[in-house]
Design a protein around this ligand. Structure first.
Ligand SMILES: [Zn+2]
Length: 397
């Protein structure tokens, strides 16, 4: 059994140890020592990193009470080695992990919500709560949690028997746990059972910042950051917001209103462009009809292939359907899709369903309908307008 020095003192940055075993594994080695300061992944906390002599430890796992270190160089069994912790990694993990204790406590205390899930990786930390909460709740819990940091409260680790431990006002009582339990308590604050590493006082966490929350399985999922991660995140967000406010030539707090106005202006311009496009089409219509080739059955064939939306395509179809003896094909691109519609003008003969099947083939799409109207959609390719021309040839017969 490895002596886990990190359980008693989370501030140890190096120690000496004896190599118990060293086994080749994949491109590296699995090393067991008689004692270590490297925390193995577990209990929601990520693995520490560091060095054993000059062998880099990239990961550690707890296997039957032994800490197995994944290293890149072999170590001599029986030799004395120096274990060095990558403190920046440990501090980051402790900040996120202990920050999670405190934020969960804040939600429990201030909003009556229980933490029912926790996830942490190198980018994101989330907690799942069993109750739907509001933005106001988020602000309340976040402020409460940060006040716990400003008070720089000591964080204690104690060992006690289950019976004694369960008498404590714990946030989360796991009745499945038995025997001698490891209790992590923050003075006049959160108390819970935990095997992880924690800072000696809450001030070391620095900052707890909620980034977003969303509904999740009847409750909410809260994404947050602590310590250096929170600072870096705020630096990036501040920079982005400042750049945006400069681009829009407004104050930071006026950015949302300015973007809303911009969106409205764009929508207005789009609708003006659409109206103009339709006007131009109307002006060109007599010419289009004059130049339209004749199908074998004597009907004119008009094929329109342009970028537009479904509403515009419908308007075009209506306009063309009012023309006499015309077979209409409208092919329009919408993002990475190509859609198509086929219809008949007054007194025209044709089989729109058959034209649609031909289009399905050409555009690798799906669709159908009747002899008088059919529609479908397929995949966009850069030569989609040439494909529409090919379709026209097929309709001409
Ligand atoms: Zn913990």
């Amino acid at each position: 059994m490895t002596e886990k020095l990190f359980e008693k003192d989370s501030m140890l940055k190096n120690c000496t140890a004896t190599v118990i075993s060293c086994t080749p594994k994949d491109n590296g080695y699995l090393v067991v020592l008689d004692r270590t300061i490297i925390f193995p992944e577990g209990g929601g906390q990520l693995s520490d990193e560091g060095f054993i002599n000059d062998a880099r430890v990239s990961y550690a796992a707890d296997v039957d009470e032994e800490v197995v270190h994944y290293v890149d160089k072999p170590l001599l069994v029986g030799s004395q080695v120096k274990v060095t912790l990558d403190w920046s990694v440990r501090l980051d993990h402790m900040q996120q992990h202990c920050g999670e204790h405190i934020l969960s406590y804040a939600f429990w205390k201030e909003c009556g919500a229980n933490n029912i899930g926790f996830h942490m990786n190198n980018d994101v930390v989330t907690i799942d709560l069993d109750k739907e909460l509001t933005e106001e709740d988020m602000l309340k819990a976040e402020t409460f949690a940060n006040a716990e940091l400003w008070a720089d409260k000591p964080v204690h680790v104690d060992y006690m028997m289950d019976v004694e431990a369960f008498k404590l006002p714990m946030r989360k009582k796991n009745e499945k746990l038995h025997g001698n339990l490891r209790i992590v308590s923050i003075k006049d604050g959160d108390i819970c059972t935990c095997c992880g590493t924690h800072p000696t006082s809450t001030g070391m966490i620095g900052m707890i910042k909620i980034l977003r929350f969303e509904k999740h399985k009847g409750g909410v999922r809260v994404e947050f950051n602590c310590g250096l991660r929170a600072l870096r995140d705020m630096q990036l967000r501040t920079k982005t917001l400042l750049e945006t406010s400069n681009m829009l030539s407004v104050k930071v707090e006026e950015v949302p209103a300015a973007v809303t106005k911009l969106k409205e202006e764009i929508l207005e311009l789009i609708s003006k462009v659409k109206a103009k496009t339709m006007e131009i089409f109307l002006l060109q219509l007599p010419q289009i009809m004059d130049k339209a080739p004749l199908a074998v059955n004597g009907c004119k064939v008009v094929m329109v292939a342009q970028e537009c939306d479904a509403k515009e395509a419908k308007a075009l179809m209506q306009l063309l359907s009012a023309q006499p003896k015309v077979i209409i094909g409208i092919v329009y691109r919408s993002g990475n899709r190509v859609n198509y519609q086929f219809g008949l003008g007054e007194g025209a003969q044709g089989d729109c369903k058959a034209y649609c099947l031909a289009a399905n083939e050409i555009f690798a799409g799906k669709g159908g309908g009747s002899a008088i109207f059919a529609q479908g959609g397929g995949i966009y390719t850069s030569d989609w307008q040439e494909k529409a021309e090919k379709l026209k040839t097929i309709i001409l017969g």
